[in-house]
Structure formats: structure tokens, C-alpha cells
Design a protein around this ligand. Structure first.
Ligand code: NAP
Length: 257
């Protein structure tokens, strides 16, 4: 059996894809969610079905990542549940409730997106790093942040989302530099256009744009594309890399003429 991993927002979409890939390759997984307990239980069920070792364990655990006052309880629960925790995947995230022009976007929407996508993952990562420090283990740990192509690519009708993801990119650099000497590697996985609930409202628009050649590989990305990348990182496939950005976008990020 491999180690244990916490995946925030593991109930649906990309997070579920990550949980399933980890389950299939021998990891135990904490499936975090905020509202959707049925979806979290379904991820857990699929993980159990696909597990390859009878000692693997799967736990669905509610925590609103944006509410930092709940982090202590969450962290204590997961560290009590598993003897050793080997990785944190900061995946949970939201899009703005409505897409508004950057010169009209409300402060309420800005703060809401920032709290879930940036403030929550930043302080949760702090707590995990502190917990690992306390335990003074020399086993290699991994932290993966799921950012977005929007870290660098502008969408003027969801600026708050872009800013939150750009903030994640800097958080990755900061934590990677700080934690490298403590056997904790930190990575940014940067998805492009992925078929999930988050993109379901703009499916026609993206179908058209992909048909017209927006994505060099000419297809949508799927949660399993991200799952495979995250698993490779947590497996230790990039041991001499930290603070690295891995684009999982079919080539969307390549500037073209
Ligand atoms: P999704 O299908 O909407 O799923 C979002 C997940 O995050 C759900 O599991 C949800 O839990 C959880 N979540 C939301 N707010 C939370 C909170 N406050 N605390 C804990 N969990 C919370 O989204 P997705 O497309 O899979 O996106 C996952 C990540 O990938 C996000 O960070 C997103 O920004 C990023 N991303 C997505 C795309 C894309 O094209 N889809 C592209 C680039 C980056 P519940 O089920 O309980 O609601």
C-alpha cells in the first residue's frame, strides 16, 4: 500500500478524478467536500471499488475550506485518522456565481472567490506544513495546488477567478522555497478546459472554440487527465523539482500566431 492523501473538493469533477486515480494506484484518500455529501459518498464508493490493496482506506470529510476557523478541527481529524499523511492536494475551487465585466464585478463576488480559491488553500497548507514540522518526519511529502490556465490567461468577465489563481501560483513558489529543505515538494498543476460541473454552463461556447482550434490537442480535458498528473507527482516522479508548474491543457497555454 502507498501513503494517504487529502484531496480538497474530492466529491466532484477534477477532485473526484484525482481521488479515483489515487485509489487505483494504491493510496488511501480523504475525500473532502463542502455541501454535496452524496457526491462525496459516491467518490468514496468508486474508490473502494477500484482499490488494489485491502489496507487502503477512504474517508469522506466535510470542511468548508474557505472558513479558516474550521481548519484546526479538519487537520486534527485527518492526522488522527491516518498514521502518516503523505500529501495534500488543494483542489477545491469555485467560479464566480455570475460572470461580470471586470469594471462591474462586485466586491462580494471578489471576496467569495478569493476566500475559497486562495485564502482557504493558503492557510490550510500552512496548517499541514506546521503539522508535518511537529512530527519531524524525514519521509518525503508532497503538496499539489490545482490552479488554472487563468493564472496567466485573462478572462475579463471573471477577473476575480483569474486573480485568485494568479495568487495560487505565487503561493506555490513561496511554499516550495520555504519547505524544500524540509522534505516537502510543492507543485502547481495548471488545468486548461476540463469537462466538469464548473464548465457545464459554458459547454457550447467551449465546444465551438475547441472545434475552431483553441486547444492544440483538439479536445476537452477530463478529470482523469489531472488525476494522472497529480498521482505522478505524489508518486515522487519529479524528485528534483519543486515549485514547478505542470500544464495539463492539451497545449492551450502555448502562445501562437
Ligand atoms: P466542480 O466540478 O465545480 O467541483 C468543485 C469541487 O470543489 C466540489 O467537490 C466542491 O464540493 C468543492 N468545493 C467548492 N467549494 C468548497 C469549499 N469552500 N470547501 C471545500 N470544498 C469546496 O469544479 P472542478 O471543475 O472540478 O474544479 C476543481 C478545481 O480545478 C478548482 O480549483 C478549479 O478552479 C480548477 N480548474 C477547473 C477547470 C475546469 O475547466 N473545470 C479549469 C482549470 C482549473 P461540493 O461537491 O461539496 O460542492
Amino acid at each position: 500500500m502507498k501513503g494517504s492523501v487529502v484531496v480538497t473538493g474530492g466529491s466532484r469533477g477534477i477532485g473526484r478524478g484525482i481521488c479515483i486515480q489515487l485509489a487505483k494506484t494504491g493510496y488511501s484518500v480523504v475525500v473532502n467536500y463542502v455541501n454535496n455529501s452524496d457526491a462525496a459518498m459516491e467518490t468514496k464508493r468508486q474508490c473502494e471499488e477500484l482499490a488494489i490493496d485491502k489496507n487502503q482506506r477512504f474517508v469522506a470529510l466535510k470542511c468548508d475550506i474557505s472558513d479558516t476557523s474550521t481548519h484546526n478541527q479538519f487537520v486534527q481529524t485527518v492526522f488522527n485518522e491516518f498514521d502518516s499523511l503523505d500529501a495534500l492536494v488543494n483542489n477545491a475551487g469555485i467560479a464566480p456565481r455570475q460572470r461580470d465585466d471586470v469594471i462591474q464585478m462586485s466586491e462580494k463576488s471578489f471576496r467569495e472567490v478569493m476566500d475559497v480559491n486562495l485564502v482557504g488553500p493558503f492557510f490550510l497548507t500552512q496548517r499541514f506544513a506546521q503539522e508535518w514540522q511537529k512530527r519531524e518526519t524525514s519521509t518525503q511529502k508532497h503538496i499539489v495546488f490545482v490552479s488554472s490556465i487563468s493564472s496567466t490567461m485573462v478572462s475579463t468577465n471573471r477577473g476575480e477567478y483569474c486573480i485568485s489563481k494568479a495568487g495560487i501560483s505565487m503561493a506555490v513558489s513561496l511554499f516550495a522555497a520555504r519547505l524544500a529543505s524540509e522534505h516537502i515538494n510543492v507543485y502547481e498543476v495548471r488545468p486548461g478546459i476540463i469537462k466538469t460541473d464548473m464548465t457545464s454552463t459554458v459547454i457550447d461556447k467551449y465546444n465551438r472554440m475547441i472545434d475552431e482550434g483553441l486547444v492544440p490537442q483538439h479536445r476537452w480535458g477530463y478529470p482523469e487527465d489531472i488525476g494522472k498528473t497529480v498521482q505522478a507527482l505524489i508518486d515522487g516522479s519529479m524528485p528534483f523539482s519543486t515549485g514547478s508548474v505542470i500544464d495539463v491543457d492539451g497545449g492551450l497555454h502555448i502562445p501562437r500566431l
